[in-house]
Write a protein that binds this ligand. Sequence first.
Ligand SMILES: Cc1ncc(COP(=O)(O)O)c(C=O)c1O
Length: 375
Amino acid sequence: MRFETKAIHVGRQVDSLTGAVTTPIHLSTTYERDIDGTYTDGFLYSRGDNPNRRALEECLTSLEEGHDCVTYASGMAAIASLIEALPSDKPRRIIMPDDMYFGIRSLITETDIGSKFDFVMVDMTDLQEVEEAIKSAPTGMVWIETPSNPLVKVTDIEAIAKLAQEGGAYTVVDNTWPTPVLQLPLTLGIDFSLHSVTKYIGGHSDLMIGAVIAKADSPMLTNLRAWQHSKGAVPSPFDCWLALRGVQSLAARMRVHCSNAAEIADFLVQHPNVEAVHYPGLASHPGHSIAARQMSSFGGMLSFQVKGGEREAMAVAAKLRLFMRATSLGGTHSLIEHRSSVEGSGTMAPANLLRVSVGIENVEDLKEDLIQALE
Ligand SMILES: Cc1ncc(COP(=O)(O)O)c(C=O)c1O
């Protein structure tokens, strides 16, 4: 089966009790034993496994071309588990991009994860800097986020996977922004693909789930499964059901997100009140050729810098009528945010930068909204 077909069929079957073609939501927390004490249907207690979570994990495994998938209550729960699941025989040193998703910075500074591991921040787009960091000390994990947030920088996944493997480190790609429709990290030599399912996979800004898809069996995967069950940060059956509904239209939605974003990037580049546009689909973007090689299209996320400073950028956001001023991304509706004020101290976002999650509205309506806001 090809991607679109797998997104609709893998993990689901007609309900044998009722003939329902849509998987029912199984809210039961517990499952009855057979008279011999066994669990013939394979489910025991919902934290351990349940039909909706299993269906979602099977579907995501298939879409990412992986071996197995472990889901969590949010993308951040998946991130925390990935870090803490690093097996104890691996070095406690983790190399991260200096422009990683801001929630990870908070995880490191606000929880004891920061003192349990040695986090080394590098510019992941600079291969020489990454190689030096990997060779300078034994490393347990190398973390990639591409395209990155909010400057939409592009990292060469295959090159970093090779460097990390030579150094014996596990590799992770946060694949939330491109989704498996546009980018398949496990086929490029990466060990774990990570998702905030909350974003494009769910697709409608109405659920929270995180997912890790593993390329192969490993002690780290065993830990991830144990963390899910024993630490208990699990997604609800209803959220899994919503995610399985959302994922069916993922490929179709991504096509519109990508074409709308490309058109808006072209429009913004030519606008006299715009200082810079960050979108990997633009030939002028420094990561354009790498993105063209490792992504099938350039995604629905972009950022731009308004001429002037923070005041001018805020004024543009304030005048928009269709783009909602809200954080997050990946839903059907377009969102815009002034990233440096969201991230606060330590942000790498310029003060005049606005980040846009381009939705799947009619692109002419979106452009007209931008025209009046940028006047
Ligand atoms: C790239 C990326 N990774 C991870 C996360 C965390 O996901 P969640 O909000 O589902 O915890 C986010 C959230 O914005 C994100 O943008």
